[in-house]
Write a protein that binds this ligand. Structure first.
Ligand code: 13P
Length: 252
């Protein structure tokens, strides 16, 4: 059975004090929430990862990173390597977020390298991808998604998918309040699963968790999560409030 996952991408938000406060509130809110078969992940910014890892001890929350560099080490000013993440107890990293693609020029080829570097350092990957509004408007959304997966992931062996979580995040739904409908999410998730089945096999397709991201809020989470191919969510804005994030966790 694939796991249900709710992940909070905090993006460039929260100072150290705010990070500690939010984790404290979250721990309090999720006390008593049944989390069997479910995972709760939070992704604070780099500088707050280590204190966050300390803060979540003895809780079911996992701290994950928002990004990493593909090189092992060296002259890459301002960057963070896989080693540096594992060294402080981070086990999972987000790769391919649309904001990284859009504002930091991360191409499919770079993302393929990042995925390889993460996996070879025993980091689990939350791989993000999604079409832009103009792609959907033109009816190209399935083609775009297929290309994104093919270019960054389909060089991997089936076994590597044990350490990959997929996050379908239509760019037009991120931070806009305009979520994909539950049916649109289901349609795309079923398509993604079928691509994996075609390229690999049924077991791999069936076992992989596919999260939906893009304006998930307490009032729409339950409907989106009710779909059979939606295994959870990657949450931006609503993950910055302990009560809202917990409501979304409960909806899964
Ligand atoms: P919002 O939930 O704020 O739309 O952000 C989604 C997202 O980008 C998560 O990675």
């Amino acid at each position: 059975m694939r796991k249900k996952i709710v992940a909070g991408n905090w993006k460039m938000n929260n100072t150290l004090d705010e990070t500690k406060k939010l984790i404290k509130e979250l721990k309090k809110e999720i006390k008593g929430v049944k989390l069997k078969g479910k995972r709760v992940l939070i992704a604070p910014t780099f500088v707050n990862l280590q204190p966050a890892v300390k803060k979540i001890k003895k809780s079911k929350i996992e701290v994950i990173a928002q990004n990493m560099h593909q090189a092992k080490n060296g002259a890459f000013t301002g960057e963070i390597s896989a080693d540096m993440l594992t060294d402080i107890g981070v086990k999972t990293v987000i790769i391919g977020h649309s904001e990284r693609r859009e504002y930091f020029g991360e191409t499919d080829a770079i993302l393929a390298e990042k995925v390889d570097a993460a996996l070879s350092n025993n980091l689990e990957v939350v791989f993000c991808f999604g079409e832009k509004w103009e792609d959907r408007k033109a009816g190209n959304h399935f083609k775009v998604i297929e290309a994104q997966l093919k270019n960054a992931l389909f060089h991997l062996e089936a076994g590597s998918f044990k350490n990959i979580i997929l996050a379908y995040e239509p760019v037009w739904a991120i931070g806009t309040g305009q979520t994909a409908s539950a049916d649109q999410a289901q349609e795309m998730h079923a398509f993604i699963r079928s691509l994996i089945e075609k390229k690999y096999n049924n077991e791999t397709a069936d076992a992989i968790s596919i999260l939906y991201g893009g304006s998930v809020k307490p009032n729409n989470a339950e409907e989106i999560f009710s779909k059979p191919d939606v295994d959870g969510g990657l949450i931006g804005g609503a993950s910055l409030k302990a009560k809202d994030f917990t409501a979304i966790i409960k909806a899964i």
